[in-house]
Design a protein around this ligand. Structure first.
Ligand code: ATP
Length: 461
């Protein structure tokens, strides 16, 4: 078998998308008499600043000879790359399924590309050329990082993956639009989207967001007042169709889930404008593969973590609606790690606001400028007491301070207490995992509904 790795063929202005390039290439491989075994959509480190959107890299597993597959890939990418903007730096790498001369290196690049920031030249381009892999880069060749990572992924994250690496592949059926409609409003029947989301949940997930309605998304269509448009309004009021992107590219909708047959069936059931083509991808989406365990003192920018500590700062809502708090490993402010739930995480911010100093939590997310951007958190222990001024056991009135470090006393009854007393507080959080809603999910982040978490879960849908 031959594996073609592909990345960075997209541009912000042209509205291309590397998954589309891979779907087209797969069809050209079939037209050339090849058999395509699978399409792999690998999400790499979401902290990479050059990404267009979701830091995707693609691999096509097929049975054409390496040279033939390489020619087809180069022909496809070169045609688009010539007109692309300077921020698009495509890369194509092709090898056999034993991963060529340096299989261990290739797999290590896959793992590092998901969890670290790589140096494109030293870490990838130089070893690639030295080992003699069939490859080609355009522009600064940065796309070769993703191309190599995508090739190594099937092994790196497969059954032989080391401890701490999830091996639960998920699937996405992506449906593409006719080229002349790219950049125009998408015509997708929202009622069919919500019906599909209901019927196939939880095998498919992140199809819709029932908490965040985007009524204006379909406003134009229901204004015309026909029967379907009235349905559209009803559906839009139920929430947001997360599976239909707003970006100008070729994707009409993407259905994510745990089973390839179900994502295919769900995509088939969505009514829409004419479909140009459709492909099912094997993916590491929804796996939390980017997270590594660490303590708050050991985190570095550009990486994503799962960190357990104690809340040391009362959550605070700042300008723009972003909610900040801090957690600490030692329970003091000296080594505190700032954490933020950004405004687009919507109702998740209420969960963060509900935290109190003294709560024990595990927080997950990427660290940038020393601040962890919350994707999910688990409440391990709730601080259910607060210290209050004691009341007099005889008269029931609040005691008064008896002076600095002298405790409290009731002047009328003569009763006294050494200091403040504990009183239980009502909490509106429970133990277990909380997550951002589907509308704010990062591609690689694992929805709670997928299961496998170490505490009870409170899934959003
Ligand atoms: P789309 O989702 O539309 O395909 P994208 O978000 O995947 O776009 P790219 O255009 O592929 O973004 O840009 C990401 C670039 O960063 C690619 O060139 C890729 O090779 C490179 N890259 C990916 N992961 C890493 C990493 N961990 N370290 C360094 N470079 C990386």
């Amino acid at each position: 078998m031959t594996i073609v790795g592909l990345d960075d063929t997209d541009s912000r202005t042209e509205g291309m998308c590397t998954t589309y390039a891979a779907a087209v290439l797969a069809d050209r491989i079939r037209d050339a008499g090849g058999r395509v075994e699978r399409l792999l959509l690998v999400r790499l480190n979401p902290a990479v600043e050059f990404k267009t959107r979701g830091n995707a890299a693609l691999a096509i597993h097929c049975d054409l000879p390496v040279e033939r597959a390489f020619d087809l890939a180069v022909e496809l990418v070169a045609a688009d790359a010539e007109t692309a903007d300077e921020r698009t730096n495509p890369g194509v790498v092709v090898t056999d399924d034993a991963l060529g001369p340096r299989p261990d290196w290739m797999q290590s690049i896959s793992r590092r590309a998901v969890r670290e920031l790589l140096d494109p030249e030293a870490d990838v381009q130089e070893p690639l050329a030295e080992a003699g892999y069939r490859h080609r880069g355009w522009g600064n060749g940065r796309g070769l990082v993703g191309a190599v990572a995508a090739i190594g992924a099937w092994r790196a994250f497969g059954a032989t993956a080391p401890d701490g690496w999830p091996t639960d592949w998920s699937y996405e059926s992506i449906t593409y639009r006719e080229r002349d409609r790219w950049g125009t409003d998408r015509d997708v029947d929202p009622e069919s989207v919500f019906a599909v989301a209901d019927e196939f949940y939880p095998t498919i997930w992140d199809t819709v967001d029932r908490g965040e309605g985007e009524a204006d998304q379909w406003e134009a269509s229901w204004r015309s007042g026909d029967a379907r448009s009235r349905g559209a309004k009803r559906a839009a009021e139920q929430g947001e169709a997360v599976c239909v992107p707003n970006t100008p590219g070729p994707v009409l909708h993407g259905i994510r889930g745990d089973d390839p047959e179900t994502v295919r069936e769900a995509a088939d059931a969505i009514e829409s404008e004419a479909v140009e083509r459709r492909a099912v991808f094997v993916t590491n989406q929804g796996t939390d593969m980017h997270l590594r365990d660490a303590d708050p003192t050991a985190v570095t920018d550009g990486r994503a973590y799962r960190v357990t500590g104690t809340v040391v700062d009362e959550p605070e809502t700042r300008a723009g609606g972003h909610v900040f708090t801090q957690i600490s490993f030692e329970g003091n402010n000296a080594d505190a790690l700032p954490c933020v739930a950004f405004e687009p995480t919507k109702r998740f911010r209420d969960r963060v606001r509900a935290l109190r100093v003294g709560d024990r939590v595990t927080v997950c997310g990427e660290v940038t400028d020393g601040t962890l951007k919350l994707e999910k958190f688990a409440v391990r222990e709730l601080n259910e007491t607060e210290l209050v001024t004691p009341t007099c056991p005889d008269c029931g009135r609040s005691m008064k301070s008896a002076g600095r470090n002298a405790g409290y006393r009731c002047r009328d009854c003569g009763t006294s207490r050494d200091g403040k007393v504990g009183q239980s507080v009502e909490r509106d959080l429970e133990l277990g995992w909380y997550e951002v809603p589907p509308c704010a999910r990062r591609h690689i982040a694992k929805p709670l509904v997928r299961g496998g978490f170490d505490a009870p879960t409170h899934p959003e849908r």
